[in-house]
Every structure is written in structure tokens, then in C-alpha cells.
Design a protein around this ligand. Structure first.
Ligand SMILES: Nc1ncnc2c1ncn2[C@@H]1O[C@H](COP(=O)(O)OP(=O)(O)O)[C@@H](O)[C@H]1O
Ligand SMILES: [Mg+2]
Length: 279
């Protein structure tokens, strides 16, 4: 049956890398769906294929990697049929991504204000001046101090944490239908991390933005996610709503993951509270 709410449908996705040891399937037949407005966490140990999955969805895998199989449907449309230009448009509009490494996605030759304004102007009928003011607002929202100065800085003039926040501001500026966030807050300190998670929740509440949240932080999962996908060695090994997964993990990897968290009991209590608030 056709699901009106379905936003992203990943089917049997496979992405390989050519290495000296032969072909390695970094993503090895991955299936999952994300509904409109849904927050799906993707967890799994380092190297299990989370980032490559995200890059594959956006058609950003470059040599020696290659998507060798499967399908990615966004709003029912097969992204394999999209030209490079159409993909570029999709990435700036309907899908935005916060990368693990922010330097790769900020353009070194433009000020951060210019780059955020460009995104804003694509989506809203504003003057340059208004867009710039909105860019300053966005920088303030991600808690950048002296935002009215930073807006005229170039990426290399900022620290890693600041660049990460600039990128988040940019990703949130276009009110995407899907936000793919690859460990977006790992490099940030706890207070700022909490503020950014709040911002993302706001985006979901205000614009029904779906979020694919790649993380290894179960605290983030407990706080944000509706559903969790667990990956292991390029495959999805477990999937379920966040409450069931915390309560009753099935796969040995997931069980181990839950056990490795010192504050797992506190997290469970927090989750139960959230559960009872939402129902
Ligand atoms: N540039 C590359 N060259 C060769 N192999 C790669 C490359 N990038 C990723 N891989 C392979 O893909 C696997 C998954 O990587 P990745 O998706 O980045 O993991 P993570 O789950 O930590 O995000 C890695 O274990 C590695 O084998
Ligand atoms: Mg990664």
C-alpha cells in the first residue's frame, strides 16, 4: 500500500570500495524508511558504514567508492534518475546535511554570512540586507558569540567548533524536508550540544522536518529519536522504536552497546518519562 507519509525509502543499498585487498562492501544491502517529520537515529560502531550510507543517499560517494546496487527513493522519486544538477538542487533545498567534517562543506573563499545568506535567499523572498540579518540571527541561534562580527569571517578564521555551528546554521536555514546529520554535535561541548539538539527539535516541530541522526551517543538517541536503526558491518542488524530498543535489545551488538553505557538506567528512566509525556 502507498504510504502518504513516506519521505525516504532506501532499498537494498550497496556501496563498495576498491582496495588493495579487493572489493569491500562498506554498505551491504541496507534497507530502511524515514517518514515525514520522523527522527531516525542510525547507530553502530565506527567503520560500520553509517557515513557511507549517508553519502550514498546524497550521491556524494567518490572514487574509490561506488554505489553498486539498490535504490533510493525520495518522495517516491528514484534519485538514480536525477542529473548532477538536479541532485545539487535537491541537496540545497529538500535535503540538507551536516557533515562530520565541516571544512569540506564550507566554501573557503566566501564569508560565512555570504554562504548562509545564499541559502536563505534561495528559499525566502528577502532583500540582501534582510538575508544578512537573518544569517546573523541563525548564528545567534547556534550560540555563536559576536555573531555580527563572525558573519563577516571566512571559514579558516574560525575554530572547528565554530565552523560546525556555522554549518548547522546553514543546514537549518533552508527548512529542509530531510536533515541528515552525521555526528553533528560530537565535537561540541555539552551545553552547546544540548542547544543544537533543541534547535533540531524545533525544526521538526515547526516545519515537520525529518531527521536522520547518525550518532554513537545513546543519550542523543534517547532524547531525539522516534526510531533507531542499528548497523553492523555494512548491514542493518536491528531496527525498532526507541522505547522497545532500549527496553529489549535483540542483536548482540545492540545488547553490548546498551551495556557499555554507564548511565543506561538513567537514560531508560528519561525515556520512560518522555514516553509517558507523549502518550
Ligand atoms: N575512502 C575510502 N576508501 C576505502 N574504504 C573506505 C573509504 N571510506 C570508507 N571506507 C570503508 O567503509 C567503511 C565504512 O565507513 P564509514 O561509513 O565512514 O563508517 P562509520 O560508520 O564510522 O561512519 C569503513 O570501514 C571502510 O572499510
Ligand atoms: Mg562516520
Amino acid at each position: 500500500m502507498h504510504n502518504e507519509n513516506l519521505l525516504l525509502d532506501v532499498q537494498n543499498l550497496r556501496t563498495c570500495f576498491q582496495t588493495d585487498q579487493g572489493e569491500v562492501a562498506a554498505v551491504d544491502g541496507v534497507d530502511f524508511k524515514i517518514n515525514k517529520g520522523e527522527v531516525v537515529a542510525v547507530v553502530g560502531e565506527s567503520g560500520c558504514g553509517k557515513s557511507v550510507t549517508a553519502f550514498s543517499i546524497l550521491k556524494l560517494v567518490s572514487r574509490p567508492g561506488k554505489v553498486t546496487g539498490g535504490k533510493v527513493l525520495f518522495e517516491g522519486k528514484d534519485l538514480a534518475q536525477f542529473s548532477d544538477k538536479a541532485m545539487q538542487k535537491l541537496r540545497g533545498n529538500d535535503i540538507s546535511m551536516i557533515f562530520q567534517e565541516p571544512l569540506t562543506s564550507l566554501n573557503p573563499v566566501y564569508t560565512v554570512g555570504y554562504q548562509i545568506s545564499e541559502v536563505i535567499l534561495l528559499h525566502q523572498k528577502l532583500t540582501q540586507k534582510e538575508a544578512r540579518e537573518k544569517a546573523v540571527d541563525m548564528l545567534k541561534k547556534v550560540n555563536i558569540p559576536r555573531a555580527d562580527k563572525v558573519v563577516d569571517s571566512f571559514p579558516h578564521e574560525l575554530s572547528g567548533g565554530m565552523r560546525q555551528r556555522v554549518m548547522i546554521a546553514m543546514a537549518l536555514s533552508c527548512n529542509p524536508k530531510l536533515l541528515i546529520a552525521d555526528e553533528p554535535t560530537t565535537a561540541l561541548d555539552v551545553t552547546i550540544q544540548a542547544q543544537i539538539l533543541e534547535l533540531m527539535k524545533g525544526l521538526r516541530n515547526d516545519f515537520n522536518t525529518a531527521i536522520m541522526m547518525i550518532t554513537h551517543d545513546l543519550g542523543v538517541v534517547a532524547e531525539m529519536a522516534d526510531r533507531v536503526i542499528v548497523m553492523y558491518a555494512g548491514k542493518v542488524v536491528e531496527e525498532g522504536d526507541v522505547f522497545t530498543l532500549f527496553k529489549d535489545p535483540k542483536h548482540p551488538y545492540t545488547k553490548g552497546l546498551m551495556k557499555s553505557i554507564p548511565k543506561i538506567h538513567e537514560l531508560k528512566v528519561e525515556l520512560l518519562l518522555r514516553h509517558s509525556c507523549e502518550n
